[in-house]
Each structure stands twice: as structure tokens, then as C-alpha cells.
Design a binder for this molecule. Structure first.
Ligand SMILES: [Zn+2]
Length: 192
């Protein structure tokens, strides 16, 4: 695959917004390919809308702040009650390291603590630990009911309920089907 040669910027509501589509390939032909991570994000959003019964108007690509690739909320037009956060990784190994690092970290301490936890769990091979920790902070900030981590090879392995307090979170493994909107709404209502 060719390296991305630049992001497409589109003007939305008078401001510049970056799209997850890159100019790649032959500069003269201006051929355009979608990077595999973007395909995964869009596919995950489509899966929420088509198979897990999230109204498409409640599904958002790229969470505010950019921690997650996809978020879905209880109500359209409101980010008040996030139901699910999704993170996608192209490589299965990268996804494994992300989830293991998050389970190790649980949002406690500073990024340097997370680095130590990663090292202790022999995850130091991931050069991306600091980006991984952004997901921990994203869970603490947004507090979605569910968390789904997906790669091309692992579609339904990592489904969780995310329990977050002020200072920490935990990830409770659940059946993949329990990420369906009705199930997460029930958990949300129960916790109110
Ligand atoms: Zn972390």
C-alpha cells in the first residue's frame, strides 16, 4: 500500500474539518484509496447502525477529543449519554496490546504509570502505549456504558461493559451480542 500523501480537508460550516480519507497513489491521477483503519471505523459504525440497532443519527465517527473512532449516544443530537465507544486497530496484535494495556492501566495514575504497567505486562513492545492511554482517559471522560475493540481478525472478541468512577475504570467482558443497543440502554437505566 502506498503511504498517505495528505489528508483531505473539507469545509464544514465555515470551518476546516479533516476527513479520514487520504490522497494516495499517483499524484497526477489523484487516485484515492481509503486507509484500512478508516474502513474499519466506518464498518464498525455501520455495524452499530445495521446490526446492533443504534439509530444512525446517534452514531458519530471520531469522538470529541479524538480518543475513540466511533461513539454512539442515547439520543440523537446529544452527547450527554454515550452508550458505546469503539476503537479499531488494523492489526490483531496491536488490538491485543491496546486492550491488555487498558486492562492493566484502568485509568489510574499518570501516563508514566501506564508505561510502567505496560512494561510489567511485557507490553513495552507497543510503541503506541501513549496513544493507548488516551483511550483510558477517554473512558474516564466520556463514561460510555459499553466498549468494543475491533480489528480485521478479531471482530467479536473484545466486548466490555465499562465501569468508570472518578479515578479509575474497569472493563467487564460480555458476550458480543450484549453490545446491542437495548442491552446497553438497560444497563444505563439501571445505573441511573
Ligand atoms: Zn492507560
Amino acid at each position: 500500500m502506498n503511504s498517505p500523501t495528505g489528508r483531505l480537508a473539507e469545509t464544514v460550516d465555515g470551518g476546516k474539518r479533516h476527513a479520514s480519507v487520504y490522497w494516495t497513489g499517483d499524484a497526477e491521477l489523484r487516485t484515492r484509496f481509503v486507509p484500512p483503519e478508516a474502513v474499519l471505523s466506518v464498518a464498525a459504525a455501520a455495524h452499530l447502525a445495521l446490526d446492533l440497532d443504534y439509530p444512525v443519527a446517534t452514531v458519530e465517527l471520531e469522538s470529541p477529543g479524538g480518543a475513540f473512532d466511533v461513539m454512539a449516544y442515547l439520543e440523537p443530537g446529544s452527547r450527554a449519554e454515550p452508550l458505546i465507544a469503539v476503537e479499531s486497530k488494523v492489526l490483531d496484535t496491536e488490538l491485543d496490546m491496546l486492550v491488555a494495556g487498558m486492562q492493566e492501566c484502568r485509568g489510574m495514575g499518570k501516563p508514566s504509570t501506564h508505561r510502567d504497567a505496560c512494561r510489567a505486562a511485557k507490553l513495552a513492545g507497543s510503541a503506541d502505549w501513549e496513544n493507548h492511554h488516551r483511550k483510558c482517559l477517554g473512558l474516564l471522560h466520556h463514561r460510555p456504558v459499553g466498549f468494543w475493540a475491533v480489528s480485521y481478525g478479531q471482530r467479536d472478541r473484545y466486548a466490555f461493559l465499562a465501569h468508570a468512577s472518578d479515578a479509575a475504570f474497569s472493563l467487564e467482558p460480555i458476550q458480543f451480542g450484549s453490545l446491542a443497543r437495548d442491552s446497553l440502554v438497560a444497563v444505563l437505566v439501571e445505573g441511573r
